[in-house]
Design a protein. Structure first.
Length: 244
């Protein structure tokens, strides 16, 4: 691997300091893929970040979630947190892993260390929801993808919360998919045909009935992007706390 552009040690140190219940799923060229647990009991949701290494606000947002003081902010819900699923991409400021692989759309491969670690971690796990933090360098405003199978929508509520933080992308079409007021409703069957059996679709098929992907504009300051992710997460947690 070429010289690092970012240091991963502070990420791992902050995660360990914030979360005693931290586990290492494995390492890639000496960099750990970490998993944390917030709350007691079986987790209702999974929070993921850092799938693309050139989206650093997602990792920062996940770390700040882990660093929140214990209390009622989760609405009584427990969470599993994967603060950086692509540590080699993170240190290189690259979308792909050190192998040049986009984790999101290479799930059918069995020669990618990060994917194998995630596959083992997810085996037998089922969540009420999965939220995946991402960034988009092209978008003029925040938006999110919402895939759901027979569950109530949370996307509009999340958009309402985020618009207090930053602008919303209200285009009628985003990334080639129909959208309404910042909520993109991609066709999962068409995605499989055109892009393959990607990580978001595997999660929807095998591990949750509600998969959400938040996308913040890269042009915004780092902390504003973090706040937008947090606003979306908190609205999602409030949605599920009311359903409990």
């Amino acid at each position: 691997m070429s010289a690092a552009l970012r240091d991963f040690m502070p990420v791992a140190a902050r995660a360990r300091a914030a979360c005693p219940r931290l586990t290492t799923l494995g390492e890639v060229v000496g960099l750990p893929l970490l998993a944390a647990r917030i709350g007691a009991g079986e987790p209702a949701g999974l929070l993921m970040a850092g799938t693309h290494g050139d989206e650093p606000a997602t990792v920062e947002a996940a770390l700040q979630v882990l660093e929140r003081p214990a209390g009622g902010w989760t609405g009584g819900l427990s969470l599993d947190v994967l603060p950086c699923t692509n540590p080699t991409g993170y240190v290189q400021d690259a979308r792909e892993t050190v192998q040049g692989v986009d984790i999101n759309w290479s799930w059918s491969r069995h020669d990618v260390a990060e994917i194998e670690m995630l596959r083992r971690f997810l085996l037998g796990r089922r969540y009420r929801f999965v939220i995946d933090f991402h960034e988009d360098w092209e978008t003029p405003g925040f938006y999110l993808y919402e895939h759901r199978l027979g569950v109530a929508a949370a996307g509009p509520r999340m958009i309402t919360a985020v618009e207090r933080v930053c602008r919303i992308n209200r285009d009628a079409e985003i990334e080639g998919w129909p959208a309404c007021n910042g909520v993109v409703t991609a066709d999962s069957s068409r995605e499989r045909i055109t892009r393959g059996d990607g990580f978001p679709l595997v999660l929807l098929r095998d591990h949750t009935a509600h998969k959400l992907t938040t996308e913040t504009p890269t042009e915004l300051p780092m902390q504003l992007r973090v706040q937008a992710h947090h606003a979306a997460l908190d609205a999602l947690l409030a949605h599920y706390a009311e359903l409990t």
